[in-house]
Design a protein around this ligand. Sequence first.
Ligand SMILES: [Fe+2]
Ligand SMILES: [Fe+2]
Length: 129
Amino acid sequence: MIEWTPNLSTGVPALDDQHKAIFQWLAELESATADQRTLFGVYVITRLKHYMREHFAAEEAMMKAAGYPDLVPHQAEHAEFRARLEELQLKSIGEDISADTVSFLNHWLTNHIAHTDMAYVPYLKRDGI
Ligand SMILES: [Fe+2]
Ligand SMILES: [Fe+2]
């Protein structure tokens, strides 16, 4: 079962809420894949793509405001993931999303939050965000 877990908490409620919503979309994608609901899968990946864009923009704005020194490599990870989602969205129109793809997205997100996102937490806290 794909879900947000408390060990992924950044301590910033707005960002945690966004991360939780992203995991909910991923869980929807997992069930769409398991039931081979192709059209629903296309819908979910489209929502996920829009939602990630909004989340990444919010996160980048906070890092910028806090003067976070590793903003550029963090943005590069976001850009790479967005490009990957773009590819998957196009692919999802012609074929079902595979369980491997869902697992890739889940691992990427978990790993990104646990390492890359966590690195900005002290800077945001210092800034009173
Ligand atoms: Fe994030
Ligand atoms: Fe991030």
